[in-house]
Design a protein around this ligand. Structure first.
Ligand code: UGA
Length: 433
């Protein structure tokens, strides 16, 4: 099929390349000329494992190209909208300007009967509003909402082998076209749920709200563990054996960040308020508050471990991205902790395998170094804030030799406390005795 993907960020670039891999003829459109130029030459503009190979393969096959001109989307039978929906600057709500802009632009080029498919995460009710917008603009395209559940770091696999497909549709033709797009995925037995717009939009919001709640639940338990001498990791292992609870997404630490979970729970709260249902999701305010408290706790622990103010103390910060295998520093707890320590006057040396460039744009005041070794040399404390495998695998004996004083805060609870203590470290995890 001929497909266009509007918006080539973390979601759209991967989606475009994956659609070409499925055998479709795809054009990715983005207003950012530098990004388009990179993508067109087979270079991923951000770090995502497997994406560079997929881009090269798909461009090489002649089935994938990129453009800054929306008119290049004109011949497509299906148009995916994958633009960002960031948090509004002065409120918790989502900024829908890019989605509305993309739909307006498509209204001018999409052929009658072609399908416009929203993939961006939007507040419930948006698809209905956009349908009205298309009608007012005289477009005869049809609309569907098909939320995306990919995780950064696993985006390629999550797009090509999703655990479910959800279609929010207003007519059968939309379902037929989406089935054609995803034929190869459906052939493997992937569950497909066909529903209305509102349910499809809510599925996405609810999924992210649930995941955020799960993480904040275990982080709340970490706070109780800290007050009682209990160990939150053992607690998570023990309750996680109950299949109804499950061990995944139950890792206590400095909490969630990134371009999705934080802004999505806030947008959900804002939307519920508009709907007169604020109380239904009032707990999400607590989820957010617990999450942000864990960053403060990591800073408090630094003060505790150093036996006084962090002012002028040398602290190595390992990790800047919101999670490993990504270069994304949007709302990153790791970068926030580094910036808070720096703000208190600590001499922070921070590093990350992929995130330094993005971190520097957000916090140019921090000192960034290329390797863990550089960060650790002569440090009085090391704080592990993003669990990249190269940090998880550090040899505590070697690290102790590099540092002036062997103190470690394991803010992701991924190190072996016994091994680090045996190497002479004062070890502290979050929520661990
Ligand atoms: C999240 C969802 O997991 C995806 O399903 C969804 O498609 C995506 O948002 C989106 O809306 O686009 P992502 O933002 O890539 O994906 O990151 P996650 O893997 O969910 O991790 C989010 C944050 O939670 C990270 O900062 C991570 O360190 C933290 N986390 C995760 C924990 O603190 N503990 C855990 O047990 C798991």
């Amino acid at each position: 099929m001929r497909i266009s993907v509007i918006g080539c960020g973390y979601l759209g670039a991967v989606h475009a390349a994956a659609m070409a891999k499925l055998g479709h003829d795809v054009v990715g459109v983005d207003t950012d000329a530098a990004k388009v130029e990179k993508l067109a030459s087979g270079v991923a503009p951000f770090f995502e494992p497997g994406l560079p190979e997929l881009l090269v393969e798909s461009i090489g096959s002649g089935r994938l190209r990129f453009s800054t001109d929306i008119r290049d989307a004109a011949g497509a039978e299906v148009h995916f909208v994958a633009v960002g929906t960031p948090q509004l600057p002065n409120s918790d709500g989502a900024d829908l300007r890019f989605v509305r802009g993309a739909v307006d632009a498509l209204a001018g080029v999409a052929a009658p009967g072609s399908l416009i498919v929203g993939k961006s995460t939007v507040p419930v009710g948006t698809a209905a509003e956009l349908l009205g917008r298309l009608e007012r603009l005289g477009s005869q395209a049809i609309l569907a909402w098909n939320p995306e559940f990919l995780r950064e770091g696993f985006a390629v696999a999550d797009t090509l082998t999703p655990d479910r497909l959800v279609y929010g549709v207003a007519d059968e033709r939309a379902t037929e076209l989406l089935d054609e797009v995803y034929a190869r995925i459906l052939d493997t037995g992937t569950p497909r749920i066909v529903t209305d717009f509102a349910t499809a939009e809510l599925v996405k919001t609810a999924a992210n709200a649930f995941l955020a709640t799960k993480i904040s639940f275990i982080n709340a338990m970490a706070e109780i563990a800290e007050a009682t001498g209990a160990d939150v990791t053992t607690l998570a292992d023990a309750i996680g054996h109950d299949a109804r609870i499950g061990r995944r997404f139950l890792n206590a630490g400095i909490g969630f960040g990134g371009g999705c979970l934080p802004k999505d729970i806030r947008a959900f709260t804002a939307r519920a308020e508009e709907l007169g249902r604020a109380e239904s999701v009032a707990f999400l305010r607590q989820v957010d508050a617990i999450n942000l408290r864990r960053r403060e706790r990591a800073v408090e622990l630094a003060v505790e471990l150093l036996g006084g103010p962090v002012f002028e103390r040398r602290i190595a910060v390992l990790g800047l991205t919101f999670k490993p295998d990504s270069d994304d520093t949007r709302d990153s707890p790791a970068l926030d902790v580094a910036a808070r320590l720096h703000g208190l006057g600590a001499r922070v040396r921070a590093t990350d395998p992929e995130g330094i460039e993005n971190a520097r744009l957000r916090h140019p005041q921090l000192e960034y170094v290329d390797t863990a070794q550089d960060a650790l040399e002569d440090a009085e404390l090391v704080v592990l804030v993003t669990e990249w495998s190269e940090y998880r695998d550090l040899d505590p004996e070697h690290v102790a030799k590099l540092m002036e004083t062997a103190r470690v805060i394991d803010a992701r609870n991924v190190l072996d406390p016994v091994a680090w203590r045996e190497a002479g470290f004062v070890y502290r995890g979050l929520g661990r005795s």
